[in-house]
Each structure stands twice: as C-alpha cells, then as structure tokens.
Design a protein around this ligand. Structure first.
Ligand code: CAA
Length: 261
C-alpha cells in the first residue's frame, strides 16, 4: 500500500510490519533538502507510534542513496541561518527512532547521505555503492555526525582519510571496515533489506527495541555501564508475554506467536 502524502519520498507498507521509504529526488541524486528531511522526520514520527510498523527500510535509487545535503540550499544559508537551522530538529526524529532501520544503499552515499545512512542500524549496499564525506572539497566539514558516527564505525585512520581527503571508498572497503554488514548485487539490495526486515518484524517487538537500545548505548558508554544497561533490559523482558511465549513455543517445538506485550 502506497502513502501519497509525500512529495520527495515514496512510502510503501510492503508487508506486515515493514515500511519501505524511498528518497525520491532523482534529478539531484537525492540531495537532502530541508523539505525532504522534514518529510522523512514526519514518516519516522508516524512510524514510531504505529503498531503496524516494526521495521523501516530506507533506500534511494540505483544511482544514489543520497549525494549529501543540498548544496544549493546550503549556499543560501548564512551563519544565523545555520544557527536557526530547522534541520537539526528533523535529524533528531531520525536519531531517536526506536525501531530498527535498515539502509539499502546503491550508488552515491556521500556527505549528509552517508550521515543519514549511518543513522540506520543495519547498512547493506550494492557492489557499486560508494561512501564518502566530501564536504572538505566545499571548504566545510561534516555536520550531521560524519566525524563522530564514522569514527565509531570504522576507526580513526579511515575516518581521517575520508574526511580530510574527501575521497570516497568502495562498498568492499566499507564492508572490510565495518561500515556496512553485507554487499549485494545492486538490483537485489532492496530485496535483501526487505528480507532482513521481515525476519526482524517476526520477532518480539519489545525484545527488538530493547536490544537495539542496548547496542546503541554500548557505542556511547564504557563497558561496565553498557553491561549494566544490558542486564536491566534483559531483566525487564522477563516480565513480558513474548518471553513466556518464546520459551513455551520452543518447548512445544512450534513457531512463537509474539504479540509485543
Ligand atoms: N546538492 C545539490 N545538488 C546536487 C548534489 C548536492 N549535494 N549532488 C548532485 N547534485 C545535482 C547536480 O548539481 C546535478 O544537477 P544538474 O543536473 O541540475 O546540474 C545532478 O545532481 C546530477 O549530478 P552530477 O551531474 O554532478 O552527476 P555526476 O554523476 O557527474 O557526479 C557526484 C555525481 C560526484 C555525486 C557529484 O554530483 C557531486 O560531487 N555532488 C556533490 C557531493 C557533495 O559534495 N556532497 C556533500 C554535500 S555537503 C553536506 O552533505 C553537508 C553535511 O554534512 C550535512
């Protein structure tokens, strides 16, 4: 089922629990305008509270996931414009989204596009994808997590190389460095992402949510704090119907029917 509320996104409810969101500014390689980010933020805010959506797949087209922030729009924004930039608020909706996001990436994944992809929990890419933070070529630097999330994903040396030279890396380099988890044939990237999404959507949604939160917490904190958070989350799940159902189904050698309760 397609949602026609958006101009710069194509949003499909693909199957039970999975929503596919396609960035749709092909004429500008899906460069991220304020309006596009506003629509994406709206999609995510709605998905956050929808019982019908358990996993979101984010993609672009065969040429570009997204080639960065829209440079023409950025050119019109002075210092005060930057300080009052409404896009900060839209990025927040993406950052705080509690359900899993899978990015299915083909073609250019640059600048703000790479930063958007790094907000996803699982990144898979077609063989032809290229990842980069080319802001340095414009006399600026990444401003939506490109120095921080990239550092945490691939380490200091490669982050420095990408950010300071502006040169892109291939999908294979991204996979070797841990930025993405799988490489696919370009025409199969979305199919594979939807298949992973479908597997995740079949699990207990409370366990999925707390597992995601625990992993993200671990990226931001020391081991002892992370382990404590994990233990608390694990303990909380002991009080859920889904945990009882999961264990009962195992004993009865049948598939569990999770209810998210
Ligand atoms: N913003 C606005 N328009 C863009 C764009 C961007 N980031 N990237 C591409 N486009 C537009 C081009 O201007 C072009 O439009 P016209 O046809 O109207 O001229 C169209 O998309 C197709 O692009 P190209 O003709 O350049 O395609 P190409 O295949 O020859 O080159 C490319 C592709 C190497 C990605 C090149 O387009 C490019 O270098 N784009 C800019 C990439 C970039 O610098 N991104 C970082 C932006 S800053 C940022 O993201 C800040 C942040 O951290 C938040």
């Amino acid at each position: 089922m397609k949602n026609d509320n958006y101009q710069l996104l194509v949003v499909h409810q693909v199957e039970s629990g999975v929503q596919l969101v396609q960035l749709n500014r092909p004429e500008a390689l899906n460069a991220l305008t304020t309006e596009l980010l506003a629509e994406l933020s709206d999609v995510m805010d709605n998905a956050e509270v929808s019982d019908d959506i358990r996993v979101l797949v984010l993609t672009g087209n065969s040429k570009a996931f997204a080639a960065g922030a829209d440079i023409n729009e950025m050119a019109e924004r002075d210092l005060v414009g930057m300080l009052n930039d409404p896009r900060q608020q839209y990025w927040q909706s993406i950052t705080r989204f509690s359900k899993p996001v899978i990015a299915a990436i083909n073609g250019y994944c640059l600048g703000g596009g790479c930063e958007l992809a790094m907000h996803a929990d699982i990144l898979i890419a077609g063989r032809d994808a290229q990842f980069g933070q080319p802001e340095i070529n414009l006399g600026i630097m990444p401003g939506a997590g490109g120095t921080q999330r990239l550092l945490r994903a691939v380490g200091k040396s490669l982050t420095m190389q990408m950010v300071l030279t502006g040169l892109p890396i291939t999908a294979q380099q991204a996979k070797d460095a841990g930025l993405i988890s799988e490489i696919t044939q370009p025409e199969l990237t979305v199919t594979r992402a939807l298949s992973l999404a479908s597997v995740i959507a079949s699990k207990g949604s409370l366990a999925v949510r707390l597992a995601k939160e625990s992993i993200l917490k671990g990226m931001d904190t020391d081991l002892a704090t992370g382990l404590r958070f994990e233990r608390h989350a694990f303990t909380v799940l002991a009080g859920t119907d889904d945990r009882n159902e999961g264990i009962q189904a195992f004993k009865e050698k049948r598939r569990p029917k999770f209810t998210g309760r």
